[in-house]
Design a protein. Structure first.
Length: 278
């Protein structure tokens, strides 16, 4: 039976990926500093991937077949300094996997690596990140592919887009709206809402991540996305209606972010090939 190690398993995306993988015929091992939201049926390793003393051999008699690396701090705070400060730790952990001979490594990336772009983002779209988060993810991707050259490790870089779902557990705009409504707010400060993005539910994202990890024929950069552009206003208004919230958006209260384009979405051809193999 294949063994899949999931880092950041207690996080917003991680717990959904663990649940998805538990439905497959694999052994799931989780790695996180906390196991609060992790399925009790899986084996858990309590450790930090950023610890300089972390060694895979301390926790495994034999290396896992796949590592899905989701661990990352402050993913919704795009200019937090932790993205740069943690970068060497993430690289050191991934280099350790390669040196230990882990056959397949799948790492969570982000469309924010690309920076300002109008239209569909393919796996070959050039990157010019405009935030600390994007800079860190872009640098880690480049370093990882360089390090893996000439080794037996297959690398998959899973580029995420705009995530919603399980929103009380996230720091996204959707989570903020739910918390505002719960506290009795009747309005929510908003941008113009005209920008179009590729929205993907966290459950669908988990399905796509799991599908990638369960195969090794398709590798490299893989967009995990819907492939469809939807305006932020339409998505948020739909969300408010779906959740029965008596809250209205205060359009124009915040300026649009300068690094957000009028419309950007993922090219889903590659992920669709993987999903159709299942």
């Amino acid at each position: 039976m294949k063994t899949i190690l999931v880092t950041g398993a207690n996080g917003y995306i991680g717990r959904h990926v663990v649940s998805e993988l538990c439905r497959a015929n694999v052994e799931v091992v989780t790695l996180d500093t906390s196991e609060q939201a992790i399925d009790e049926k899986v084996r858990h390793v309590s450790a930090s991937v950023l610890s300089p003393g972390f060694r895979l051999s301390d926790h495994f008699e034999s290396v896992p077949d796949v590592c899905v690396h989701l661990a990352w701090r402050n993913g919704f705070k795009h200019n937090d300094s932790s993205h740069i400060c943690d970068l060497s730790g993430h690289y050191g952990f991934l280099e350790g996997l390669i040196e230990s001979g882990v056959p397949q490594v799948a790492v969570m990336g982000s469309m924010h690596e690309v920076g300002y772009w109008e239209g569909a983002i393919s796996e070959e779209t050039p990157c010019n990140p405009q935030s600390m988060y994007g800079v860190a993810k872009d640098a880690l991707r480049r370093a990882l592919f360089l390090r893996a050259e000439g080794t037996q490790t297959i690398v998959q870089w899973l580029r995420g887009f705009y995530i919603f779902g399980d929103d009380l557990g996230s720091q996204s705009i959707f989570g903020k709206i739910l918390r505002a409504a719960a506290s009795g707010e009747k309005t929510f400060p908003f941008t113009s809402g005209v920008n179009k993005y590729d929205f993907i539910s966290v459950d669908e994202l988990a399905r796509q991540i799991s599908a990638c990890a369960l195969q090794d024929e398709v590798a490299g950069v893989i967009n995990c996305c819907s492939g469809r552009p939807v305006s932020l206003a339409d998505q948020v208004e739909w969300f408010i209606k779906q959740n029965g919230l008596s809250l209205s958006l205060e359009y124009g209260a915040y300026p649009d972010r300068p690094y957000d384009s009028p419309g950007v979405w993922g090219d889903a051809k590659k992920i669709n090939r993987i999903l159709h193999r299942q």
